[in-house]
Design a protein around this ligand. Structure first.
Ligand code: ADP
Ligand code: ASP
Ligand code: MG
Length: 453
């Protein structure tokens, strides 16, 4: 039997109305059962993190206020759906556990990465129980199968162990049952809770799709598929009906939040169909992500991505490669995202985003030991299969905008993207202009980019 995995993000399960829409999608897409992966209700993960920070800082009343708000919000949504009695028995021990964890953090004066992951797991688990009740499915605990290493806060999946642990799920799902499970969470071999990094539910869905031999994974979110740019900076961004896995990979790696950066690799390995749709408008366009490239004209740019909050470490040439490589290793181990490591006879530049408190500490310690540190940068990427044939098209666009790529170009192994560094403060102006020039007109979307001048 062919299996489909559907993932619903925070906004798709954020209110009673959104949940009703999601239930209708499941009804249509999974008439003979399948697997549904859900995130925490929108805002819950941030709230739990705020509660941890407050508790660890000794502000227990504030931590309790966050817990109360979380409980009230969940109860309100469940009440709207008439499902509070159905979930209360599952929810109460989860709220009690979060309460205990926060009290423990308060006593220790510290929220360890391990403790934070245990607290965060409550958000996804509350949501999965509610969704199971709402969709008439069975809740399944994802930590039974999603084996990871012990890098709390940004755990890496252990693929062979995951596949082995998923064997009973493959059998169970083959009987045409509807199962609901949590995104974002994993567990070490010893059973300790981990998380896959912020936004990681997309990756949960694709990893499960791979382990369960799914034929299709659908990511349901709050926009009409993958768009030509982030709609918060470019309101006129358009949906991209079809894109290659390489384009989607580059787009997510360079910051487009719609797909978690680690979520594309499983599809590349397993070859299932990957679709992105809008829970709010299920009839609207969707994006299909293909293993092969759709036809693109040489030089055509499909989308523009960016990520702010980048710090640059500059190492003098005299020190050689060892210090920047060791810095990159330490930062990644602590959970930083690396956007570039560029070396020339004039020195080495390391561009990272310190996404975890541990990474921020490592960055500070490194800067104190020698390399020059500059915060406040952003990475901007032009992405398109058309750049394989004509990479210079991207540079012509930059030149035409009169925009100095002040921090330099980031070249990597991707042949479908060109990325460069700009000061963060330029993003609001630069991204809409770049979009307008490269992908702004529907007719130029799959056609060659305009020549500079
Ligand atoms: P979910 O909660 O469903 O996982 P996210 O907030 O993580 O949703 O991702 C969807 C959001 O990603 C959109 O609402 C949009 O603001 C943002 N986004 C950024 N870049 C893009 C892009 N190129 N295409 C679509 N959405 C994008
Ligand atoms: N709830 C988690 C987050 O907010 C995971 C996800 O939404 O994908 O980061
Ligand atoms: Mg997301």
């Amino acid at each position: 039997m062919s299996l489909k995995v559907l993932k619903f993000g925070g906004s798709s399960v954020g209110s009673a109305e959104a949940l009703r829409r999601a239930a209708a999608i499941v009804h249509t897409e999974l008439p003979a059962g399948g697997l549904v992966v859900v995130s925490a209700l929108r805002g819950s993960t941030d709230r739990i993190l705020d509660a941890c920070v407050a508790a660890a800082g000794g502000y227990l009343a504030e931590a309790q206020a966050h817990l109360t708000a979380l409980r009230d919000r969940h109860r309100e949504v469940a009440t709207d759906l008439g499902l509070l009695p159905a979930v209360a028995a599952e929810w109460e021990p989860l709220f009690a556990r979060l309460d205990q964890l926060l009290t423990g953090m308060g006593m220790l004066g510290e929220a360890t990465p391990r403790g934070r992951d245990a607290a965060l797991a409550v958000g996804e688990t509350l949501s999965a129980h509610l969704v199971a009740a709402c969709f008439g499915g069975t809740f399944r605990e994802v930590r039974e199968v999603m084996r990871t290493d012990a890098r709390f806060g940004k755990a890496r999946p252990q693929l062979a162990d995951l596949r082995a642990a998923a064997a009973p799920w493959r059998e169970g799902l083959a009987t045409g049952t509807l199962w609901i499970t949590q995104g974002f969470l994993g567990a070490t071999a010893e059973g300790l809770t981990t998380t896959l990094g912020r936004g990681g539910s997309d990756t949960s869905a694709t990893l499960l799709g791979e382990a369960l031999d799914a034929e299709e994974v659908q990511i349901w979110t709050d926009v009409d598929g993958v768009l030509t740019a982030d709609p918060s900076l470019v309101p006129e961004a358009r949906p991209i009906p079809q894109m290659s896995l390489g384009e989607a990979e580059a787009l997510s790696a360079f910051g487009a939040k719609v797909l978690h950066a680690d979520s594309l690799a499983p599809g590349g390995r397993a070859g299932f169909r990957l679709v992105v749709g809008n829970t709010l408008r299920p009839g609207a366009s969707r994006t299909e992500i293909l293993p092969v490239s759709p036809l693109r004209e040489p030089g055509a740019v499909t989308s523009v991505a960016y990520k702010e909050g980048i710090s640059l470490l500059r190492f003098p040439a005299s020190e050689g490669l060892e210090p920047p490589l060791e810095a990159a290793r330490q930062l990644e181990e602590a959970g930083a995202l690396r956007f570039g490591l560029v070396s020339s006879p004039a020195g080495t530049l390391l561009a990272v985003r310190p996404d975890t408190p541990a990474a921020a500490r490592v960055l500070k310690a490194l800067a104190a030991s020698g390399p020059e540190l500059e915060a406040g940068w952003a990475v901007v990427a032009l992405v398109g299969e058309g750049l394989r044939a004509d990479p210079l098209a991207a540079l012509r666009h930059l030149a035409a905008l009169g925009q100095e790529p002040v921090g330099g170009l980031l070249t990597g192994s991707s042949t479908v993207s060109i990325a460069f560094l700009v000061p963060e403060s330029r993003l609001g102006d630069l991204i809409p202009r770049l979009h307008d020039r490269c992908v702004g007109q529907p007719s130029t979307h799959a056609a060659p980019c305009q020549k500079a001048g």
